[in-house]
Design a protein around this ligand. Sequence first.
Ligand code: UT7
Length: 340
Amino acid sequence: MIGEVLPGSARVAITGVGAKAPDRIVTNHDLAELVETNDEWVVERTGIRERRFAAEGEALSDYAIPAARIALAQAGLEGTDIDLIIVCTLTPDMVFPCTAALVGDAIGAKNAAAYDLSAGCTGFVYGIAQAYGMIASGLASRALVIGGDLLSKILDMHDRGTVVLFGDGCGAVVLEKVAKGGFLGFELGADGAGGKDLFMPGGGSRIPATHASIDRGDHLIHMNGREVFKFATRILVASAEHTLARCGVTIADVDVYIPHQANMRIIEYAVGKLGIPQEKVVINVDRFGNTSGGSIPLALADAQAAGRLHDGDLVLMTGMGTGLTWGSALIEWNGTGEGR
Ligand code: UT7
């Protein structure tokens, strides 16, 4: 599914950004006490130096709610102004009710439509595309899209192939109609044949929780890292190129590139193939690892905090992850919400 925003469609922009990650920093040296690994290997193969892990008993909404409040304050809005909440995550507080409804209750968005969206590390891009469509069509007026995961809760702490990659964090954005700029186009896609390369087998209807499923590790992340790596390098480039082409712009027009923060080598490959200058690329994988749904919104918040997002800038985001899914969004930044 790919398309540029149709001429004459409503303009919809991101007018508020917020983020919240756990305080606890876990270094590669800390992980080397759990599995046979070392800082040099992890830094060289992934670029990750540290990540955040939530505390025992904490859940996604403990991060989603503060991130949402920051995004709302930046947009100058109250919870009551929001009529759509999408939480993009693999690690909701619980299977049901959806975390989005819990967030809605906490921020006072009492009657907002609320649901969780499962598209892994691509979730946030799927979420903003859906919110865009709802607002542009008039079904919603102001949306809160939250991307976040507490992957430490489903990590196999004995698997060195995954434990060094993933971390916890959450970001939130407010979307609303504006007169200038806003989203220019999206691409979303999925290839279910690759589902076997990154999955958690237990906890759904196929393998409900039993003592045996817990003993087998069915409620933890399983990953074929090499296959995901191949997919990631191919799709980050292809999805970005398709999106830019459909929107009638080139990579030279892009001011800020926010790739999924999976692995520094994957990002470097995409940056090289796309031919985008390093100074336009937002990177925080070294500090957060891969936070799945939180990856792109955390990087967006970092870019904003660093003063790297200016009204009129073209911002390209591309995600990829379990599914296997992928997605890109191109937006002309209008963070001040001019014309809303
Ligand atoms: O959102 C998408 C989420 N998933 C991803 O982004 C994952 C994409 N894949 C990757 O990032 C990489 O495949 C990994 C970082 C997971 C692995 O890096 P690699 O360069 O593909 O390593 P490899 O799997 O080819 O393994 C090379 C060696 C193996 O040892 P042998 O068989 O050559 O003796 C592994 O057992 O490195 C070993 N190894 C480790 N050594 C130290 C694997 N993990 C570790 C580790 N520390 N943490």
